[in-house]
Ligand binder design. Structure first.
Ligand SMILES: [Zn+2]
Ligand SMILES: [Zn+2]
Length: 73
């Protein structure tokens, strides 16, 4: 953790990071975010994992991308 030495925009919450605010670097994107936003950024990334619904059988695909109709085949 460091304190911001300049004003920037936080990519996680889109709010301003004011000078002197505690910030943390996201290791994945190498972007600086608010200290409390780092965890939120990780949560967002997890929920954005490819979990789409199959338009044929309407089941949510598993992490591997498999769905009900692929199991039948
Ligand atoms: Zn933030
Ligand atoms: Zn399917």
């Amino acid at each position: 953790m460091i304190t911001a030495r300049f004003t920037a925009a936080c990519p996680a919450c889109a709010l301003t990071i004011a000078e002197g605010t505690p910030i943390e670097q996201d290791p994945a994107s190498r972007q600086w975010v608010h200290l409390g936003c780092l965890e939120e950024l990780r949560d967002t990334r997890l929920s954005e994992a490819p979990r789409t619904v199959c338009p044929v059988c309407h089941t949510v695909r598993s992490v591997t991308g498999a769905c009900m109709c692929e199991e039948d085949a």
